[in-house]
Design a protein around this ligand. Structure first.
Ligand code: R5P
Length: 249
């Protein structure tokens, strides 16, 4: 690899591997593939075997796939290995960024998890952070450095061959998703959109619909959310839309 150039470093897990390969190809950068192992007690181990002396910087691709805690530890260890090799320009590309939901204290005694994680990533050596749809833009302010939150939905609709017609309605399954629905409607020229209001039991995690601002009768409904975890939210919204006469989900 040419000295004074940037490299892409593939993080742990299938999603990170695939994403890093695509990114390196498109950016025409060398792809560094660290070795990932577990010690017998399940502790993570990473090693960058290649000689990366004199490189200018590294883009580490680490999506926070399951278990998120393992992805987090690996991203911290990779940054440390890079610093140890003398690399100081380190950017984290986290296509999926975990820990963003707990962005405030909902019940007394809870932490602000996203703040704790962003602080850990900053202090491990990452100078900049890029992600795709991080739940709420403002969570990135906890990161100490420049950040980028990419909006994927317009691209996803185009790639899926879905366009906005007269009979299309874009629906946010909860009010938190409304800003992304408004933006998607603006970017796709969709005039019909709205949101549902859900309530989540903070202890059991159960969700229920309490209100809606949409009339989906006879319309193709596109439900837009940032995370599907248990599927409870998306299932509830889809079921409600079908019951109210939506054509397609
Ligand atoms: C919540 O605020 C998020 O935007 C998602 O709606 C939520 O995380 C989805 O979780 P689940 O699939 O478990 O309902």
């Amino acid at each position: 690899m040419a000295p004074d150039s940037w490299v892409v470093v593939g993080g742990w897990g299938a999603a990170s591997t695939e994403f890093s390969e695509g990114l390196a190809r498109r950016m025409m950068l060398h792809l560094v593939k660290p070795v990932f192992k577990l010690f017998p007690d399940d502790e993570e181990y990473v090693r960058i075997e290649e000689d990366i002396d004199n490189i200018k910087g590294a883009i580490v691709v680490q999506s926070f796939e399951k278990p998120a805690s393992r992805s987090l530890v690996y991203s911290i260890l990779i940054a440390d290995a890079l610093r140890e090799a003398g690399v100081s320009n380190i950017v984290l590309m986290a296509p999926y960024m975990a820990y963003t939901r707990q962005d405030r204290v909902f019940l007394p005694g809870e932490p602000i998890s996203v703040r704790a994680v962003m602080r850990a990533l900053s202090s491990s050596g990452y100078k900049a952070l890029a992600s795709i749809e991080v739940h709420k833009d403002y969570v990135l302010r906890h990161f100490n450095g420049p950040t980028l939150n990419m909006f994927p939905f317009t691209y996803m609709m185009r790639e899926a061959g879905v366009s906005c017609g007269e009979d299309t309605i874009i629906v946010a399954p909860d009010i938190g998703s409304l800003p992304r629905v408004e933006r998607l409607a603006r970017e796709t020229g969709c005039t019909s959109y709205g949101y549902l209001v859900k309530e989540r039991d903070r202890v059991t995690g159960e969700v229920r619909l309490v209100k809606s601002t949409v009339d989906p009768r006879g319309k193709d409904a596109i439900v837009v959310d940032d995370i599907i975890s248990t599927g409870g939210t998306i299932a509830l919204a889809s079921q409600w839309l079908l019951e109210k006469g939506a054509k397609v989900l």
